[in-house]
Write a protein that binds this ligand. Structure first.
Ligand SMILES: Cc1ncc(COP(=O)(O)O)c(C=O)c1O
Length: 469
C-alpha cells in the first residue's frame, strides 16, 4: 500500500491514531496479554485470536453483544469467526447444554441427540448419511481421505487462496501475494510452514469461477484426480459468490471424470441458508463438510455424504474416527441449534438487516466520493472498499489491506466487534441482532468515509483503481 499524504496526513497516520485509541481503551486486556505471553506463544490460544494492535480479552457475551474485560460493550459481528449465529448464551442452547452436563458429557458411545442431528442435516443438505468431528479441519481431512480412499487416486483439486483447515493435505497456497502465487495458468503449489512439498504436490490449484482452468487440469491428469474441494461461495476473501452456472459446471466436470466433489460449508453451512449453499443454489456435491455454526458455540464438525461415499465408512474401507466425535455436549447443543434456533424462518430477517447495513454503508461511502460494493447472504455480509467485485483470489488481492484494517479499528473503537482480519472476513449476524446494531455499524462506516475523504487521491488505489492485477 502506497503512502497517501494529504492536508490531514496519510492513511498510515489515521491507522496509527485509531490503534492508539484502541490500546488506550484496554489497559486490562493489555495487562492480561503481558501475563499470557509468558505461558502462551503470542499470548493467545490460537494465532487467529491475535488482532493488531492488541488481542482483546472478552469477559462475556449475551445475545448480539460481547463485553471486554475493561467493561466495554460491543455489538458482536465477529461471531467467533462465524460461529455464533444463535447469539451468545442463547436460552435454548444454554438449557440443552446444562441438561446434558448433569447427565455426563462423554462416553465415546452414541447418544440419542446424534440421531436427531444427523436426521436434520440429511433433510437440510440432501445428503443421507452423516458423521461427526470436532472441528472444520477434521471434517475436511475426512473428506480428503474419503475422496482418495474411494477412488484410489491421489490428486485433489483445490481453489486458489481458499482455506480448508490446518491439516497437511490442504495447507497450501494460502494468503500469498500475487508474485508468490506464480503463473495464473499453472500456479505454484506453496506448502504452509511445516508441510512437506510432497503434500503440496498432490494438489492442483485452480482459480475460483474458472471452468476452463478446471477442464485443463482434468485433461492434463486423466484418471489421476480423486476429487475437488471448494467453498461453493468463497468466504475468506470477503464474500465471492459463484458465477451463475459455475457450480453446475463443476458438478458435471467432476462427475464426467469419475472424481468426487466436496463442498466445504464450514463457514456457509447453516449460515447463508438453512441448508447452506448446497440447498440455496441446488447443486448436490458428493460430500459436505460442516463445523462452526452447527454447535452453537460448542466445538463441532460434521461430514455428510451420498450413500455411495458413506458406504466406504459403513464397509470399513475408511475408518472415520475420533475419541470426541459425536460428543454428547456438542450433540445436545447442535440439536437445539437445528430444531429450536436456526429454523428456516429466521434467515429472512437477518438478510433484511444485512441489506439495510450494506445499503446504508454504500450510501455513506458514495456521499464522500468513495466506491464500494458488498454482498449479503443470510447471516453473512460484507462491505468491500473497492469499486469492482472480485471474482477470485487474485482479484481480491487488489483490495486495500490498509483501508480494511482501518475499518476494523474504526468499527471497534465505535463499539462494533468485527473479525480482526480486515478484508478477508465478513460480518456474522445472529438471531439476536436488531436494527440499532445495524445502525451502529453504518454510523461507523460513515465516520470512516468522512475520515478518509480528505486523503482520497483519485489517481491512487486507496479505494481501488478499477483494475485488478
Ligand atoms: C472454509 C473453512 N473450512 C475449514 C475451516 C477449519 O475449521 P476449524 O477452524 O474449525 O478447524 C475453516 C476455518 O475457518 C474454514 O473457514
Amino acid at each position: 500500500m502506497a503512502q497517501h499524504h494529504s492536508r490531514n496526513g496519510s492513511l498510515d497516520e489515521l491507522i496509527e491514531r485509531e490503534e492508539a485509541a484502541f490500546v488506550d481503551r484496554m489497559p486490562l486486556s493489555r495487562q492480561r496479554w503481558e501475563r499470557a505471553k509468558r505461558v502462551m506463544p503470542g499470548g493467545v490460544a490460537s494465532s487467529w485470536a491475535i488482532s493488531r494492535p492488541l488481542p482483546v480479552w472478552v469477559s462475556h457475551g449475551l445475545g448480539g453483544h460481547v463485553w471486554d474485560v475493561d467493561g466495554t460493550e460491543y455489538v458482536d459481528m465477529h461471531g467467533g469467526y462465524g460461529v455464533n449465529v444463535v447469539g451468545h448464551a442463547n436460552p435454548a442452547v444454554v438449557e440443552a447444554v446444562q441438561a446434558r452436563v448433569a447427565l455426563g458429557t462423554h462416553f465415546a458411545q452414541p447418544t440419542d441427540d446424534s440421531i436427531v442431528v444427523a436426521e436434520a442435516l440429511a433433510t437440510r443438505f440432501g445428503l443421507p448419511l452423516w458423521r461427526f468431528t470436532n472441528s472444520g479441519t477434521e471434517a475436511t481431512m475426512d473428506a480428503f481421505h474419503l475422496m482418495r480412499a474411494i477412488t484410489g487416486r491421489s490428486l485433489v483439486i483445490k481453489i486458489e487462496g481458499t482455506y480448508h483447515g490446518h491439516h497437511d493435505a490442504t495447507a497450501v497456497s494460502l494468503y500469498r501475494s500475487t508474485e508468490q502465487l506464480g503463473p495464473v495458468d499453472d500456479p505454484y503449489r506453496v506448502p504452509g510452514p511445516g508441510v512437506p512439498q510432497q503434500m503440496a504436490d498432490l494438489l492442483r490449484i485452480v482459480p475460483f469461477n474458472d471452468i476452463d482452468a478446471l477442464e485443463r487440469v482434468f485433461a492434463a491428469h486423466p484418471g489421476e484426480i480423486a476429487g475437488m474441494i471448494l467453498e461453493p461461495m468463497m468466504m475468506n476473501a470477503g464474500i465471492i459468490p459463484p458465477r451463475p452456472g459455475y457450480l453446475e459446471a463443476v458438478r458435471e466436470i467432476t462427475r464426467r471424470h469419475g472424481a468426487l466433489l466436496t463442498f466445504d460449508e464450514v463457514k456457509t453451512g447453516l449460515v447463508v441458508h438453512p441448508g447452506g449453499v448446497t440447498a440455496l443454489l441446488g447443486v448436490q456435491p458428493d460430500i459436505v463438510c460442516l463445523a462452526k455454526a452447527l454447535g452453537g458455540g460448542v466445538p463441532c464438525g460434521a461430514i455428510g455424504g451420498t450413500a455411495e461415499v458413506m458406504a466406504a465408512i459403513t464397509d470399513g474401507v475408511y475408518d472415520q474416527v475420533g475419541t470426541f466425535n459425536g460428543n454428547p455436549l456438542t450433540m445436545a447443543a447442535a440439536r437445539a441449534v437445528l430444531t429450536e434456533v436456526l429454523t428456516p424462518d429466521v434467515y429472512a430477517r437477518a438478510e433484511d438487516l444485512g441489506r439495510v447495513m450494506l445499503e446504508g454503508s454504500m450510501k455513506a461511502l458514495a456521499d464522500h466520493g468513495q466506491p464500494s460494493y458488498g454482498a449479503v447472504y443470510g447471516f453473512k455480509g460484507s462491505v468491500v472498499f473497492h469499486d469492482r467485485p472480485a471474482t477470485n483470489y487474485r482479484e481480491f488481492l487488489a483490495i486495500s489491506t490498509a483501508v480494511s484494517h482501518f475499518h476494523f479499528l474504526v468499527q471497534h473503537n465505535g463499539g462494533v466487534f468485527l473479525p480482526p482480519w480486515g478484508k478477508s472476513e465478513s460480518w456474522t449476524l445472529s438471531v439476536a441482532h436488531n436494527e440499532a446494531d445495524g445502525e451502529r455499524y453504518v454510523a461507523n462506516v460513515a465516520r470512516l468515509a468522512t475520515e478518509v475523504e480528505p486523503i482520497l487521491d483519485r489517481s491512487s488505489d486507496i479505494f481501488g483503481s478499477g483494475s485488478f492485477n
